[in-house]
Design a protein. Structure first.
Length: 274
């Protein structure tokens, strides 16, 4: 559909932003549904975030996605933040409802959607997350509700202790690991660190600790060294492309109130992931 005077604009704020696949995914969905919407990437320097958020109102955007490095900094700039995003401490989706900006976080539910689609259950299983940054906070909010035990490790001890403390306020099945090597009892192992983005990155855990009975997930949305090592050891694997897809599906629903064409969004993502 051509852009015209009635086109509704949605965007994404990030810095850098050139790598994002979200415009491809969402614009394909809009086109498929014959919706007069357009999704645009905005390169927003951290110093300009406040002005950019104000522009969502003044330009009457339907909403925006928020990505690195703005997910935490955007919170005090919004009119309201839902309970889930408040706990996580990060927002990745903003909805503009007649000038009222509400923040949400669809990452955790997106990850759970990717698990469900892949037929992976965490119900009453031992789950280990390596890394306790924003992505780990998002997924642990839901994983701790299902798992029999959720174990966390980060080389930044204070960060991991803070997440464990926060989770224990709402759950009783969370523990702090002393080492990334203490994963022997894991049924599901999740890498929530950036390790794997580059081919030369070391593995977040030692390969010999991965057993054939494990399911190994990586939030990086491509095949990583960890996933290759897990396959060699006979473990089931899942990359982060499904999380990227399903967080986008949920954001689409928040902005439009409609169900998007998931298969079209998936095909666009998978054909553009390198």
């Amino acid at each position: 559909m051509d852009v015209n005077g009635r086109t509704k604009i949605i965007g994404i704020f990030g810095y850098p932003i050139e790598h994002t696949l979200s415009p491809l995914m969402h614009n394909a969905a809009f086109h498929s549904l014959n919706m007069n919407h357009c999704y645009v990437a905005f390169k927003v320097h951290p110093d300009n975030l406040s002005d950019a958020v104000k522009a969502v109102k003044s330009l009457n955007l339907l909403g925006v996605n928020i990505t690195v490095p703005h997910k935490e900094a955007v919170i005090p700039l919004l009119d309201e933040v839902n309970e889930e995003a408040r706990f996580i401490g990060a927002v990745n989706t903003v909805v503009n409802n007649e000038g009222k900006l509400t923040g949400y976080n669809t990452d955790g539910r997106g990850f759970m959607g990717s698990l469900s689609e892949a037929g992976i259950s965490v119900e009453n299983r031992n789950v280990v997350i390596i890394g306790t940054g924003g992505a780990a906070r998002a997924i642990s909010y839901y994983l701790s509700e299902k798992a029999s035990l959720l174990s966390l490790f980060d080389i930044d001890r204070k960060k991991s202790e803070r997440l464990v403390t926060d989770l224990r306020k709402i759950r009783g099945n969370v523990e702090l690991l002393e080492s990334a090597d203490a994963i022997g009892n894991a049924d599901v192992l999740i890498n929530a660190t950036p390790l794997g983005l580059h081919a030369e990155d070391p593995l977040p855990v030692q390969q010999e600790l991965i057993s054939p009975g494990m399911t190994v997930c990586d939030l990086v949305y491509k095949t990583t060294g960890l996933l290759n090592a897990a396959k060699k050891n006979g473990a089931a694997t899942l990359d982060g492309s499904g999380m990227l897809l399903w967080q986008g599906v949920l954001a689409f629903e928040l902005w439009t109130g409609m169900k998007p064409p998931v298969d079209i969004m998936r095909n666009v993502l998978l054909s553009n992931i390198k």
